[in-house]
Design a protein around this ligand. Structure first.
Ligand SMILES: [Zn+2]
Length: 278
């Protein structure tokens, strides 16, 4: 199978630019904060993550994935699953793993310190899709490699998963709204912007729901699916950081380490009533 490196870059940048144009031309919600203030922070974080994970560590990560393929490590190789079966099962399995991994970021205090950087954004648009602290990105990359060794995907299957995952990540953070019936229909299978917007609400019962990234069925299956019909009433962000001064460039980068992060989040460990289907 091909390496798909070019496709990954073109689709990743192409999706970002297309959604940025669409949400600038027809935004669903009015932004509460200066667009450029957030753009600088989010694009810097996304850019430095890309530099470290793709340029500095990218070769090592891909070489490690290639070693798994060459040595026929993992379950799928042992079962002799063919290339297309390998791709389909890998996309589903890694998305399912990411659902539970995302729940861990909300439930484990030291992980929430990292993930709160993403949730501290007071608006939601395509640039939020890159706002993950480098510590979270590196931890996730290490754990994902462990999962890959156990699961046994082809290198191309992992790259296809990362392309699809990246596009859904961008789409569901975009400041766009699909027609209501189309959105409701799509939500039976995949995550939409309206579904993921709920996850960025300041209300804990909303934040601790809708963890899925590609397939929405994980939330339905495990009792964390929630629909909020009054989408314009959702207040985005975290109650601990209500002002622009709480989420300056320096404060966002220091969020996992700073003194203001020593207390366990008020949102951590909240139990959800189940099932959460409104
Ligand atoms: Zn989250």
């Amino acid at each position: 199978m091909p390496s798909l490196a070019l496709e990954r870059v073109v689709l990743g940048l192409g999706g970002f630019v297309l959604l940025l144009i669409l949400e600038t031309l027809c935004p669903f919600r009015r932004l509460v904060e200066s667009r450029w203030h957030r753009y600088v922070i989010n694009v810097f974080i996304a850019g430095s993550n890309a530099l470290v994970l793709n340029v500095v560590l990218g070769g090592t990560i891909m070489a490690a994935y290639a070693l798994v393929e060459e040595r026929h490590l993992g379950l799928l190789h042992q079962l002799g699953v063919g290339p297309w079966g390998n791709v389909i099962l890998t996309v589903i399995a890694l998305d399912g793993f990411t659902y539970w991994w995302h729940r861990a970021y909300h439930g484990v205090p030291v992980m929430w310190r990292m993930h709160r950087v993403h949730h501290s954004d007071r608006d939601l648009d395509v640039t939020t899709s890159g706002r993950f602290h480098l510590t979270e990105m590196i931890l996730s990359a290490i754990v994902r490699f462990g999962i890959v060794v156990l699961w046994g995907p082809l290198v191309a299957a992992v790259v296809i998963f990362e392309i699809v995952f990246g596009l859904f990540n961008q789409l569901e953070h975009a400041n766009l709204q699909l027609p209501e019936r189309l959105d409701a229909w799509l939500r039976w299978v995949v995550v939409t912007p309206a579904m993921h917007r709920v996850h960025h609400s300041q209300v804990p019962e909303h934040t601790n729901a809708n963890y899925s990234t590609i397939f929405s069925w994980w939330d339905r299956m495990f009792g964390t699916y929630r629909v909020v019909t009054e989408q314009r009433a959702i207040v985005i962000g975290l109650p601990q950081y209500p002002q622009p001064g709480d989420v300056t460039f320096g404060k966002v980068l220091a969020m996992p380490f700073g003194p203001s992060c020593q207390a366990r989040s008020q949102l951590d460990g909240r139990r959800l009533p189940s099932p959460l289907i409104a």
